[in-house]
Design a protein around this ligand. Structure first.
Ligand code: BJ8
Length: 424
């Protein structure tokens, strides 16, 4: 990624530390992705993007800023991208997925904080992530306590807007989220200097729906007995979707889906004989967190689905495209986003229903429910998830981990034993 040094310098990044990060990434990519056999050809696109993850897309964002467009950095799938896109803004995900950033986060946060939050704060304060440097505004949300408090730190020297996510899903909560979306839209209009119209919002809703449909097409292929793509590759595609231009993302995912559908017809599978099909559920896996998938797929399993925000929660459910006024469209957005089942809601039975449904749809042999350390929400919810799955006769393994490699061998032992005990 050496061609981008001037750009990183202009962004005020700490080049020395950033060099250290750039040194570890190629090895990780090589170990996790390039060692796989028989990968779909279309993965070339995502291999290039990840190899230049701090170069290609940041350079595009900077070009767009020169044309007067604003970049909004987000941390949660509840933030409606459609509103930003309709005001000619750009959305980029900011969640930190690397251990490299965790010590920087621990310098200001309690150690007993989820690594995703520590890494995000560390990436910002350490000046080693171009996306954090580029974003003109951060958009937070009131989901978990760790994020809520971290936004106060992250917002010290960057405009920060926090959306108040309801914690229940009653009719009045859906109306409340609609009002929050309307208030956010006002803020985005002010910040971008562009007026939001129903026509522009309709167009943006369509764009994001097309991206969801394309991601769903790829996931649909993973339901096949003949598995045409590994969990690692599907995860990489999903992680990059948070950064990419939505129209290009849809185009690339549709291209990949074409190839996967052909592979299924031709009987081309990436799963080794006898590999167990695993559905993973839990907290999101922000790039470059590939640890869990890598261990599962080198321990006799294949990941066929992620019931996660870096998974089905990101693309399931479309926004109703038939609405013609802003008020109706805000309601349609609220209804779609409130179908997301995050553990910050109570009750959150929808997530458990989703897991049971997805186990059937993806023909999973077992479920691994994995949360990041110190994520109280998902940790507590493991109890209900495992009880319901056990009652349904679905093997389940509950785990917690962080971004360090220290527990990899222990995880490998537990995951290997779990996969082995799943009946043929
Ligand atoms: S909708 S999962 S993206 S909040 S893992 S930071 S919850 S302590 S990421 Fe999330 Fe939105 Fe929910 Fe999805 Fe907190 Fe837990 Fe850390 Fe988390």
């Amino acid at each position: 990624m050496s061609n981008y040094v001037e750009m990183w310098k202009n962004l005020g990044m700490d080049l020395e530390s950033h060099d250290l990060l750039c040194q570890v990434l190629p090895t990780a990519v090589g170990d996790v992705f390039l060692t796989q056999e028989n990968r779909p050809k279309c993965m070339d696109f995502w291999d290039t993007v990840i190899a230049e993850v701090h170069g290609i897309r940041p350079a595009e964002l900077i070009e767009a800023q020169k044309e007067g467009r604003k970049v909004f950095g987000t941390f949660c799938v509840y933030v409606p991208d459609e509103v930003v896109i309709a005001c000619n803004g750009i959305v980029t995900g900011l969640c930190g997925g690397s251990q490299f950033w965790v010590p920087g986060g621990e310098a200001v946060l309690p150690k007993a904080t989820c690594p995703l939050v520590k890494a995000s704060v560390g990436a910002r304060l350490g000046r080693t992530c171009p996306f954090f440097r580029i974003a003109d505004m951060y958009v937070g949300e009131t989901t978990c306590d760790a994020k809520k408090k971290a936004y106060e730190i992250l917002g010290k020297d960057v405009p920060m807007y926090v959306m108040d996510v309801p914690q229940m899903k009653r009719e009045k909560d859906i109306l409340k989220w609609k009002d929050e979306i309307a208030a956010f839209a006002k803020k985005v209009e002010e910040f971008t200097g562009n007026t939001l119209t129903a026509e522009k919002l309709a167009e943006a809703i369509k764009t994001v729906n097309e991206k969801r449909k394309a991601l769903a097409r790829v996931y649909n292929c993973r339901k096949s007995e003949c598995l045409p793509i590994s969990g690692r590759d599907a995860l990489l595609m999903m992680q990059i979707a948070f950064f990419d231009d939505p129209a290009r993302c849809a185009q690339m995912c549709n291209r990949l889906a074409d190839e996967l559908e052909q592979r299924i017809k031709d009987g081309v599978s990436v799963a080794p004989a006898g590999a167990k099909r695993i559905l993973v559920t839990g907290t999101p896996l922000a790039v470059p967190n590939w640890k869990l998938h890598n261990i599962i797929e080198t321990s006799g399993g294949v990941v066929v689905c992620e019931e996660m925000c870096t998974g089905t929660r990101y693309f399931e459910n479309l926004v109703d495209e038939s609405k013609t006024t802003l008020d109706e469209q805000f309601m349609a957005l609220s209804q779609r986003y409130m179908k997301n089942n995050c553990a910050c809601f109570t009750p959150n039975e929808g997530r458990i229903e989703d897991i049971l449904r997805l186990v059937k749809e993806y023909k999973a042999d077992g479920v691994i429910d994995c949360s990041l350390k110190f994520c109280c929400l998902y940790d507590v919810e493991k109890y209900s998830v495992s009880n319901v799955l056990k009652d349904a006769g679905v093997p389940v393994l509950s785990l917690e981990t962080d971004y360090e490699d220290a527990d990899s061998e222990q995880l490998r032992t537990r995951i290997g034993a779990f996969i082995e005990m799943i009946d043929d």
